[in-house]
Design a binder for this molecule. Structure first.
Ligand code: 4MI
Length: 403
């Protein structure tokens, strides 16, 4: 290992590429390498700093004053580079500008709204599982369950029209790739960016939205003066960007975890109220959102090193969520543990505002499955889908037994 000079001491330099296909296929060995190298490392390939231990990721996440989001939470620095789309008012903003949109979205996705959705989503999940099982007990779970359920309930909950919904997953996939470097994954999405962005933009307008969804509730907040009318479409855009791919890949991760840990599946079927902890343990264990960047606003001391102002710091949420300094037997998927405190939804003032929506979706699917399905196993090789930010399955062949 070579060492890069720094005002206080030397920092480990690693030439790993977290966004290479080899690492995206299996990032766990690199995560361990990053954690073991030290509390702070320098990634020479991208000229950025990185943290991968739980304590340091957590500390950076909660310190919004020294680690800003307004310069973008991807590799690209919005102070010096043109963003590929207008920055998010939530994810890519800091207090005080961040706070009004966040307050509005927090209320729109709050307990009242979720209470109104719960019973309907439970029925929708029962219906989907009935349809799927009627068609057969061996299938690819990614399109059949992971994609089908969120696409069945979430766009309706936002209140967008029926046409063009097939654009949601490709748009999200590109948005999450765009947080990484301009590699082949970003190039793959580039030809459709203009078309997909235009479609998403259309869905965010007041007249495109039903009058009873999350979208209309955001516009109603603009009418009350809680955000401005020109902010409303961008807040709706956050729902459409963050709300589909994430839940799809989380549901795939749950199904993979349970298919490969039959003892944990048996536990869940014996006590379906474990669906909730199964969801959070999956977010810890798989971390569908693997990484985000912050940018230092000032010289920041991390361990024995000073990160100069204006530098990108890559936070490995997934590595923190399996840090043995924080978790007992971290690689074990265990419904008996308390996974709370994981940083899979971030931490601090940006912590996922949609997590209760995601949890409700996952609980609905899992509860419906646990009521009908006795065993679940892989029926063939599972295939990863590579994305610069998301840990995802592209194909998950499963075999179920019922009764
Ligand atoms: C953490 S995932 C995510 C959150 C917010 C946005 C996109 C992705 C956004 O566009 O606001």
């Amino acid at each position: 290992m070579t060492l890069a000079p720094s005002p206080l001491t030397d920092v480990p330099v690693l030439d790993v590429d977290p966004f290479s296909h080899e690492v995206l296929e299996d990032p766990l060995p690199m995560h361990e390498q990053l954690r073991e190298a030290g509390p702070l490392v320098y990634l020479s390939r991208y000229d950025v700093f990185a943290v991968a231990r739980y304590a340091d990721v957590h500390a950076a996440l909660v310190d919004w004053q020294e680690f800003e989001s307004g310069a973008g939470v991807g590799l690209s620095n919005f102070r010096t580079e043109e963003p590929w789309r207008p920055p998010s008012l939530l994810l890519e903003a800091d207090p005080p500008r961040h706070d009004a949109p966040r307050r509005v979205l927090g209320k729109v996705l709050g307990p009242r709204a979720l209470r109104q959705l719960r019973d309907g989503w439970a029925e929708d999940a029962e219906q989907l599982v009935d349809e799927v099982l009627a068609a057969g007990t061996e299938f690819d779970a990614v399109p059949t369950l992971s994609e089908a359920f969120p696409l069945r309930v979430f766009p309706d909950a936002v209140g967008i029209g029926k046409d063009g919904r097939e654009n949601l997953l490709p748009y999200g996939d590109h948005a999450f790739n765009a947080f990484g470097p301009a590699n082949d994954l970003v190039a793959k999405g580039a030809p459709r960016v203009a078309e997909l962005s235009a479609w998403v933009g259309q869905q965010c307008l007041r007249e495109a939205l039903t009058d009873d969804g999350f979208g209309a509730a955001i516009w109603a907040a603009a009418d009350r003066g809680e955000i401005t009318p020109n902010q409303a479409p961008l807040v709706v855009r956050s729902l459409l960007t963050a709300g589909v791919d994430t839940t799809v890949h989380a549901i795939s991760a749950i199904l993979y975890a349970l298919a490969t840990n039959p003892d944990q599946w048996a536990r869940l079927t014996a006590d379906p109220s474990l669906a909730r902890v199964a969801f959070d343990e999956t977010i810890r264990w798989e971390s569908p959102v693997q990484t985000f960047f912050r940018t230092t606003t000032t010289d920041v001391r991390l361990g024995d090193t000073v990160v100069p102002a204006g530098r990108k710091v890559l936070m490995f949420l997934a590595a923190a969520n399996r840090d043995p300094r924080r978790w007992t037997d971290p690689d074990r998927f265990d419904l008996g543990r308390d996974p709370s405190g994981h940083v899979g939804f971030g931490m601090g003032l940006h912590q996922c505002v949609g997590q209760h929506v995601a949890r409700l979706e996952a609980e609905a699917v899992l509860t419906a499955l646990a009521r009908r399905v006795r065993t679940i196993e892989l029926a063939g090789p599972a295939q990863r889908h590579h994305n610069n930010t998301l840990r995802a399955w592209g194909s998950l062949p499963v075999r179920l037994t019922v009764g």
